[in-house]
Design a protein. Structure first.
Ligand code: PEP
Length: 257
């Protein structure tokens, strides 16, 4: 059984002044071995955050599918590894919505990350309209079917799959809105995702972590993190201060004891 994985997504927030928050998170994480703690800052802070941290992992929020080339403004997975990142979030709903990222592109990005030696967190989640239409599980299943690593990249990972790949279930309507999915809804969706992961990957599919994301905070983290098949949390707004993020990390410890 893997440790709970608590990942902060700073989105397009943060300047060097915020490294103080990261250092405080890092100091606390060093004393909380029961939880794997990570932060994905904007590209501009990856190097500095990596140098300021010893206990937390540092990741990116996106990568290009190619390793290098004429792609002005983009950053490749090998460049992220060179900057000190150890994982990449791919397919976040804000990327899917703002940049028109398709499932196929998300899969290609996951492949690029894994082939560069990085971990990948593949994000999926339904909109409110899709949930209200009773299509949430079908939408997420289709996203997973199109976005998950497969083929040679998957085969090359072998037994390392559960350490290198995670899935984040993030209902779009819960991200940054203060609306949180019910524990019952999260449990049902995570069970469906687990079944699909086992169908796709066999035994390793039963081990990789499925994170919940969407307005996780100090008040709701314990209930969400104790739900069946919830292996951690992807946290946006509440990851921006050490105080609010560490409260979530602590809730994961309690759940793990
Ligand atoms: C996210 O950005 O992945 C997220 C879940 O944001 P928030 O926690 O702010 O809803």
């Amino acid at each position: 059984m893997q440790r709970p994985y608590i990942v902060g997504n700073w989105k397009m927030n943060g300047s060097r002044a915020m490294l103080a928050e990261a250092r405080a998170i890092d100091r606390a994480a060093a004393r909380i071995a029961a939880v794997e703690v990570a932060i994905a800052p904007p590209f501009t802070l990856i190097s500095a955050l990596g140098e300021a941290s010893t206990a937390i992992a540092v990741g990116a929020q996106d990568c290009h599918v190619a390793a290098s080339g004429a792609h002005t403004g983009d950053i490749s997975a090998p460049m992220l590894a060179d900057a000190g990142a150890s994982f990449v979030i791919v397919g976040h709903s804000e990327r899917r919505a703002d940049h028109g990222e398709s499932d196929a592109l998300v899969r290609a990005k996951a492949h690029a990350a894994l082939e560069a030696g990085l971990g990948a967190i593949v994000c999926v989640g339904e909109t409110l309209a899709e949930r209200e239409a009773g299509r949430a599980e079908d939408v997420v299943a289709a996203q997973l079917g199109g976005s998950l690593p497969n083929g040679e990249t998957f085969a090359a990972l072998g037994e390392r799959l559960p350490e290198r790949l995670a899935v984040a279930y993030e209902p779009v309507w819960a991200i940054g809105t203060g609306k949180v999915a019910t524990v019952a809804d999260v449990t049902a969706m995570h069970a469906a995702i687990r079944a699909q992961l086992i169908a796709a990957y066999g035994e390793p599919g039963s081990e990789l972590r499925i994170l919940y994301g969407g307005s996780v905070n100090a008040g709701n983290a314990a209930a969400l993190l104790s739900a069946h098949e919830v292996g951690g949390a992807l946290v946006g707004g509440a990851s921006l201060t050490a105080e609010s993020f560490l409260a979530i990390v602590s809730a994961a410890v309690r759940d793990n004891e």
